[in-house]
Design a protein around this ligand. Structure first.
Ligand SMILES: Nc1ncnc2c1ncn2[C@@H]1O[C@H](COP(=O)(O)OP(=O)(O)O)[C@@H](O)[C@H]1O
Ligand SMILES: [Mg+2]
Length: 158
C-alpha cells in the first residue's frame, strides 16, 4: 500500500453528525471520484452514504440499503454508484458484476467494504475508515491517494 497524499481525522458524535459529514462530501463529488468506505457492521458506512446522496441531490426515495444488490445507481446532480462488497468473495466474482467498469466513468462511486476486495480500488481514490469509539461516537480516518482525491479531502475536511 502506497503512502497517502493527504490524511484527515474527524470525530462524529451522533448519526446526524455523520449524515452531515456525508452531505458535505456529496456536495463536492465529481464524476470520476471514487470513495472506499471501511468499517465493521454498524460502523456507519451506510449512514455516511445516505448523507452523501442527499448532498449530491439524489431523491431520498432512491436510496436503498444495498444489501442484496452489488451496485445501486442513483440519479442526483451527477450519477452516483453505491456499491457494497460485503458478499463478494474475490476479484473474479466482482468482475462478473460490471462493478469494475464504474471507476473513471460518468459518475462518482461509493463502495462499502472495499477492504473485502482491495484490488477493486482504482489508482487514485479516497478511503474513509470508520471506527466506533463510544456508543454514538465514531472516528473517521480519511486517506486520499492522488492529487484529485487530496483536493477533494482538503475541501471536505479543511
Ligand atoms: N456517530 C454515528 N455515526 C453513524 N452511525 C451511528 C453513529 N452513532 C450511532 N450510529 C448507529 O450505528 C449504526 C450504523 O449503521 P450503518 O450506517 O448501516 O452501518 P454500516 O453500513 O457501516 O454497517 C446505525 O444504527 C446508527 O444509528
Ligand atoms: Mg452498510
Amino acid at each position: 500500500m502506497s503512502t497517502p497524499t493527504l490524511t484527515r481525522t474527524v470525530r462524529s458524535e451522533s448519526p446526524d453528525a455523520t449524515h452531515r459529514l456525508g452531505l458535505r462530501l456529496g456536495e463536492l463529488l465529481q464524476p470520476g471520484d471514487f470513495v472506499g468506505l471501511i468499517g465493521d457492521l454498524g460502523a456507519g458506512k451506510t449512514h455516511l452514504v445516505r448523507g452523501v446522496a442527499e448532498g449530491a441531490r439524489v431523491p431520498r426515495s432512491e436510496v436503498a440499503s444495498p444489501t442484496f444488490a452489488i451496485v445501486y445507481p442513483y440519479r442526483g446532480r451527477i450519477p452516483l454508484y453505491h456499491a457494497d462488497l460485503y458478499r463478494i468473495a474475490d476479484y473474479d466474482e466482482l468482475y462478473a458484476t460490471g462493478f469494475l467498469e464504474l471507476p473513471g466513468g460518468d459518475g462518482a462511486v461509493l463502495v462499502e467494504w472495499l477492504d473485502r476486495v482491495p484490488e477493486a480500488a482504482p489508482r487514485e481514490y479516497l478511503r474513509v475508515t470508520l471506527y466506533p469509539t463510544h456508543e454514538d461516537a465514531r472516528e473517521l480516518y480519511a486517506e486520499a491517494f492522488g492529487d484529485r482525491p487530496a483536493a477533494l479531502l482538503a475541501a471536505w475536511l479543511p
